[in-house]
Ligand binder design. Structure first.
Ligand SMILES: Nc1ncnc2c1ncn2[C@@H]1O[C@H](COP(=O)(O)OP(=O)(O)OP(=O)(O)O)[C@@H](O)[C@H]1O
Length: 442
């Protein structure tokens, strides 16, 4: 380890920022089960590993290297990563991925899905992105066109699968990481493809950012500040949208177009995108919004438009939008019979039935079982003179056709006692105290 006061100060700064990033996250990092260190073997991940092994309990550390099998040296890099972990007595794993093509995007997608596979609840995956990566990301997004969220850059932390991704080096520049690596005498891999300015990111890194930094030495800090302000505005906007969204989303979780049309056009666009995000986790772009507007919202009144959004299908029916996991509608691999003898939320595989105490409703839950509709069922809704088919009840309630076939029904023995979200059957209704029975799509 070389001793020079400037280098010592940089290393101290790296340690301080690393710990500050970790302690800014809730729940606290002391409760984390495992810290998975995403380790490519490059400069940033070597500094990340060095800091983690110095500042975090060794028993919780776990190094993860992704072998993309894209370059001749790939197995040597995996070997290098292994040696780095073993020399610090840290557990190590290599995950093999085979990206769809040789592009940066395909490699990134494959890498992140591997991380999602290995991460467990209570784990944090530490990545080595730094302030120069952040500036490149923002610049790249500006060039492609982005809104508030895109210009917020990379977050210090975000959920990843069932765990959490954390970037403890995000506030440190590449030069600082180089100084720290030099001071700690760390070897690191120089991926030759990082020099090739055919790739947009490399072009920005080698040709654009150096000129900006030369002219405006504070550019990294300023862009990071901008990114934080954008992220804050975006979070605030989402809070406001959540409030308005409650006016548009009904008890079945679908989007009521009549309520939505009461808003001004910019808010309408924001609300629709926000509903889609809350329901699916997908953030749609302007082009997708335009296609949805034309193909779904403006489709003829008697059409049954469908828009495919990843694994979800967006449908319009009777003045509402529905977003369901595709393949589960029409309903196929479902739980057909679920005992429901007490209050609670019953998972049917494609949707849930919520049973809760209410001032009026189903008089008892004793012996109640939820079964799928098979067809031909009839019941006499409470307060009506005649019995009616369940098919007709579902039609009258404007339940979309793709839900009707397997609609859950509540039975006691062979007797139909309630149709969730629709009615309680005669003889099973209590005006004193009972249970409400609601169906909800996921
Ligand atoms: N092969 C790999 N194995 C494990 N982690 C990796 C690998 N490649 C990259 N990483 C992680 O990602 C961080 C950023 O790496 P790099 O800047 O090369 O990726 P990027 O493509 O710019 O980022 P992103 O993956 O977020 O788009 C590294 O510090 C490391 O934590």
């Amino acid at each position: 380890m070389k001793s020079n006061p400037e280098a010592v100060a940089v290393l101290k700064k790296c340690e301080r920022y690393f710990l500050q990033a970790l302690t800014s996250i809730s729940p606290p990092h002391v409760d984390v089960k495992r810290f998975l260190i995403a380790h490519s073997g490059g400069l940033d991940s070597q500094v990340l590993l060095a800091l983690a092994s110095q500042l975090l309990p060794a028993s919780k550390l776990y190094v993860v290297h992704i072998n993309h099998h894209l370059q001749g040296e790939a197995s040597q890099w995996a070997e290098f990563s292994y040696r780095q972990a073993v020399s610090r007595s840290i557990r190590h794993t290599v995950m093999d991925v085979f990206p769809d093509d040789g592009s940066e995007n395909a490699a990134r997608d494959a890498r992140y899905s591997a991380f999602e596979q290995i991460i467990q609840p209570g784990d944090w995956l530490l990545m080595g992105h730094h302030a120069d990566d952040q500036a490149e990301t923002i610049l790249f997004r500006m060039l492609r066109g982005a809104g508030l969220l895109g210009l917020s850059g990379m977050a210090v932390t975000r959920p990843l699968g069932i765990g959490r991704l954390v970037r403890p080096l995000l506030m440190l520049s590449r030069v600082e990481l180089e100084q720290a690596a030099d001071f700690l005498e760390l070897d690191y891999i120089n991926d030759p493809s990082n020099q090739d300015i055919v790739y947009d990111r490399n072009f920005l890194r080698h040709k654009v950012l150096p000129s900006l930094k030369q002219r405006w030495p504070q550019v990294l800090e300023r862009w990071q500040k901008n990114a934080e302000l954008m992220a804050e505005s975006h979070d605030l906007l989402e809070t406001y949208l959540d409030t308005d969204l409650m006016l548009c989303v009904d008890s079945l979780g679908c989007f009521n177009l009549q309520a939505w049309e009461g808003f001004e056009p910019p808010k309408r666009r924001a609300l629709l995108r926000h509903w889609i995000y809350r329901r699916t986790g997908h953030r749609i772009n302007q082009n997708q919004l335009q296609v949805i507007t034309v193909d779904v919202l403006q489709a003829k009144a008697d059409a049954n438009p469908v828009y495919q959004l990843g694994e979800y299908a967006l449908r319009r029916f009777s003045g509402r939008l529905y977003l369901d996991l595709d393949g589960l509608a029409p309903l196929g691999s479902l739980r057909d019979e679920v005992p429901a003898g007490s209050e609670g939320v019953y998972d049917l595989g494609d949707a849930t039935v919520h049973i809760s105490a209410a001032s009026v409703g189903l008089k008892t839950l004793s012996g109640v079982v939820i079964k799928r509709r098979k067809g031909g069922e009839r019941c006499r809704p409470q307060g009506k003179k005649h019995s009616v088919s369940v098919k007709k009840l579902l039609q009258e309630a404007a339940i979309p056709p793709w839900y009707r076939a397997n609609w859950p029904l509540l039975y006691v023995g062979d007797e139909l006692v309630a149709v969730p979200s629709i009615c309680i059957c005669e003889g099973w209704y209590s005006e004193k105290s009972g249970f409400s029975v609601l169906w909800c799509s996921f």
